[in-house]
Design a protein. Structure first.
Length: 262
């Protein structure tokens, strides 16, 4: 009988010891996971915002819907891609059609294309990351609601398509109406907002709001840090259309890159 009691006691002690170690391991794992989760939350909270940047009030509300997403870490822009200004690319009969006899039209007009797009950008640009080259296609959304492209056309320089650009530096191809040059319909040698690029950095006209003159401290992307008309005196990194004429068009490239905010 005593022998059986000793065995039972030994078994109980073994179970208690095993339970103790399992509890320690489980607790340690929980603490480790909680620590990782807390770090992840802290990192994301640093990038999160509670309201849209004031510059978004400049965007065409008829053609764009802009809102915070991903718990305030991203901004979603839904756009019809349709510009709110005149151009020959609206086609004859449209209220915004503008006769431009010197423009060598691309085959289609705005109303025959699907210009709509939805893009997500960081609410807080990552300005400590590596610079990234722009690619063909949409690199940003202008305040008009239409797309911004870089200084390339197809696989070559913009020169080959210069004749098809309308009065505000835009045309159609491939597929959507987009600006390659300073969009003079809404920024013409001034401090006005042109749009926002895919890295979450705003693009302004050739002049700086802080000095009301051409900035002299731009980096290779045409960016610098200063107050804008949308930052209430606070300094913020942003791009400008660089004040250098693109010879073929006699105008200014909207943005050639590289991106700084990825």
């Amino acid at each position: 009988m005593n022998h059986l009691k000793r065995i039972d006691m030994k078994t109980i002690l073994e179970k208690i010891t095993m339970t103790f170690f399992i509890t320690i391991l489980t607790t340690a794992g929980f603490i480790a996971c909680s620590s990782d989760d807390d770090e992840y939350k802290e990192e994301n909270e640093d990038d999160a915002v509670t309201e849209l940047h004031a510059a978004f009030t400049e965007f065409n509300t008829t053609e764009t819907d802009i809102y915070l997403s991903d718990n305030g870490t991203s901004v979603t822009i839904e756009t019809t891609g349709l510009p709110d200004h005149e151009t020959v690319y609206w086609g004859v009969g449209n209220n915004l059609y503008r006769d431009e006899p010197d423009v060598q039209l691309t085959p289609s007009i705005i109303s025959s294309n699907n210009n709509a797009a939805t893009i997500n950008i960081d609410a807080t640009p990552d300005l400590i990351g590596s610079t990234v080259s722009t690619q063909l296609g949409t690199i940003g959304i202008a305040v008009s609601g239409a797309a911004i492209f870089n200084d390339q056309e197809g696989n070559g320089a913009l020169d080959q398509a210069a004749a098809s650009l309308d009065w505000t530096g835009a045309h159609i191809g491939p597929g959507v109406y987009h600006y390659h040059l300073e969009p003079v319909a809404f920024t013409n040698d001034d401090v006005n907002l042109a749009g926002i690029l895919l890295d979450g950095v705003f693009l302004y006209g050739r002049k700086c709001n802080a000095t009301e003159s051409y900035p002299t401290d731009l980096d290779a992307s045409g960016g610098h840090t200063s107050a804008t008309q949308h930052t209430d005196g606070e300094q913020e990194y942003h791009y400008h259309i660089i004040n250098e004429i693109y010879a073929t068009t006699g105008s200014y490239i909207a943005f050639a890159g590289p991106f700084q905010g990825y």
